[in-house]
Structures are given as C-alpha cells and as structure tokens.
Design a protein around this ligand. Structure first.
Ligand SMILES: [Mn+2]
Length: 334
C-alpha cells in the first residue's frame, strides 16, 4: 500500500521540477507505454518540458494505438544527457538495470528520481518510490497518484491507463486483480468509452511471422516432469527467416502452463548467437515464485506468476542452468 502522503509528496517534487525525462523499459509492454504516456499527457498539460524516450527496444506496432505514442522520441539513455533533466520519472522498471540493458544508468546527484512500480524485485532506487507489490499494474498506481492529488483524468490519460491495467492484469484475471482494479477500470472506461477498440488493437496484432515463430517454438518442447521448456535456436531462426521477435515468448510460456501437469512453462528464443531471451509462466504462483527463479539464475527477474531473463548462453546451457536453479528451489518440479 502506498500512503496518500507519498502521492502528495511526489506531486510536490513534480511541481518544483522543470525538465522531465520519461522512458520505456526494454521490450516495452502496454503497462510501460501506458504509464509513460499517461504521465507525459499530464506533465504536458501543466506546461512542463517533457521528453519520453523509447529506450532499448523498437516500439511495438500494436502499442501505437495508445494515444500519444507519436510523441515518443526514438532514443536511448546513452543518446541523451541525463544532466539535462531535473526530474526522471521511471515507471514499471523493477530495478535500475531494467531501465536499459545496453548501458549502466547513473542518476545525476541532484536529479529528482521518482519511481512508480509494482515489481517485487523493486527495492526503491528513486528519491521518491511509489511501489506497490500488490498492484496488478503500474498504471493502477499512476491512477491512484492522480486520484490522491485530485488531478483530472482526461480521455487520453484514461485510455493509457486502461491499456496498462487491462493487459498487465491479464484481462482482469491475474492474482493481484482486486475489486479496486475493477472500480478503477469502471471509472476509466466511463472516461474512454471506446476502450474495446483499443484493447482489440493491442491484442490482435499477429503477423504471419509471429505465427510461424509460435509453430516453431511449439515443435520443440522439452518436458521434465512438471517443467516444460520450448525453444528455438538462432540457427533455426535464420534458416527459417523468422524475425527475432521475443514478444511471442510470453504467449508460448502461457500456452505451456495451460497444460495440466506442466506447472512451469518456459519459452526460450536465441535472438542472437548465445543470447537467449526467456519467459517464465506458472500454473501456481502461490507455490512457485518465478521472479525468484529468474533472479537466482543471475540473469533475470520479475513477478511470482510471470518473469523474464536474458542469458549469454546457448539454448542447451540456458536449459541446464534453469533446471539447476529449479532443482535447488523446487525439487518437486523435476
Ligand atoms: Mn507492469
């Protein structure tokens, strides 16, 4: 729970700052984009100078339907001078290393760093930390920030927040979805009645290449008792001329864990030679903490029910490492 006082303090800091930096985390999802754009619209409306950078990854086409996405500057942390900004608002990044994988972020001493987040890995690396591990989405925390400060939410901001809350809660079905989430969604959808179109555009974004990739990943499923790992090597990606789009990883891991008996589903894509992106999902997040599994490998992190990692290894070596960690933490799985 974040105290009302903390939200009020954050606004005070925002009011006293002039040049704002916002960013998207690597592999941005609708919670990252929705959070950053909701804040962008608000800061813009109170006449602050605000720059929102795209960060490490190319901007996903389906998220371009979130209002304001054309305002995002194509740049990474290393392309800008952090000293140009007296306030950096970091949203939906569980650790300072999650801001960018390509560069080490060092905040200038006098910078006001405000962190909005819901990842359990987040220890609070900002000057002001608005972190709620029980929130289904960072966008929900940003809604609470606006509400606590009696800031008017317009239809654009509402659309941004709906995008994040809906997708990060898995369409209101993941663990942390609460009566409050529905209440907030109810208020937001009144402000943005066209929400079903927005959700349609975000969700129905498959490309032929995506489907081929899904087919390829499902071809190679390695099952050890209650653990299922799907994978595709870089060699096969190249041979089959598939995009190294890792967004299907989460989808595949979800499909794996839908199988009764496959308690943990993991999808691996070797995007470059010895660079493997991994998504973790589970049938039972009460029992298994995927964030801890991913963290224990030394190359990832995340939530109990959904986590991710990026390994500097081959598929085989990655699988072995993951199995070792699971064998240590949850021997009953293997
Ligand atoms: Mn999130």
């Amino acid at each position: 729970m974040i105290k009302k006082q903390q939200f009020l303090e954050a606004l005070k800091v925002i009011k006293s700052s002039h040049n704002f930096l916002l960013h998207l985390h690597p592999g941005p999802d609708a919670d990252s984009v929705g959070s950053a754009l909701a804040l962008f619209h608000y800061l813009d409306s109170i006449n602050k100078s605000v720059t929102l950078i795209s960060g490490d990854s190319p901007f996903p086409y389906n998220l371009s339907f979130i209002p304001g996405s054309e305002k995002i500057t194509k740049a990474n942390i290393s392309d800008i001078n952090l000293n140009d900004f007296d306030c950096f608002i970091v949203a939906d990044s569980g650790d300072i290393s999650q801001i960018s994988k390509n560069t080490t972020v060092v905040f200038p001493k006098n910078q006001n760093v405000i962190v909005f987040d819901h990842h359990t890995s987040n220890k609070g690396y900002g000057k002001i930390n608005l972190i709620d591990y029980d929130s289904p989405a960072t966008c929900q925390i940003i809604y609470q920030f606006f509400e606590a400060n009696k800031i008017k939410i317009n239809s654009e901001i509402a659309a941004c927040l709906i995008a994040g809350i809906y997708t990060d809660s898995g369409g209101f079905k993941y663990d942390h979805t609460s009566p409050e989430t529905f209440l907030i969604a109810s208020k937001l959808t009144k402000l943005y009645p066209n929400f079903s179109n927005l959700i349609f555009e975000i969700e129905n974004n498959d490309s032929p290449s995506n489907l081929k990739m899904i087919g390829q990943l499902l071809k190679d499923i390695d099952v050890t008792n209650h653990l299922a790992i799907a994978s595709v090597s870089n060699k096969d990606l190249k041979k089959l001329k598939l995009d190294n789009d890792v967004s299907v990883n989460g989808q595949i891991a979800n499909m794996l864990k839908s199988v009764v008996g496959w308690d943990i589903g993991i999808s691996l894509t070797e995007v470059e030679y010895h660079k493997v992106f991994a998504s973790f999902r589970t049938r039972d997040s009460q029992k298994y903490d995927l964030g801890t599994i991913a963290k224990e490998t030394g190359f990832g992190g995340g939530h109990r029910a959904a986590a991710g990692a990026s390994f500097p290894y081959s598929i085989t070596k990655t699988k072995n490492l993951i199995r070792q960690v699971i064998a240590k933490l949850y021997p009953e799985v293997l």
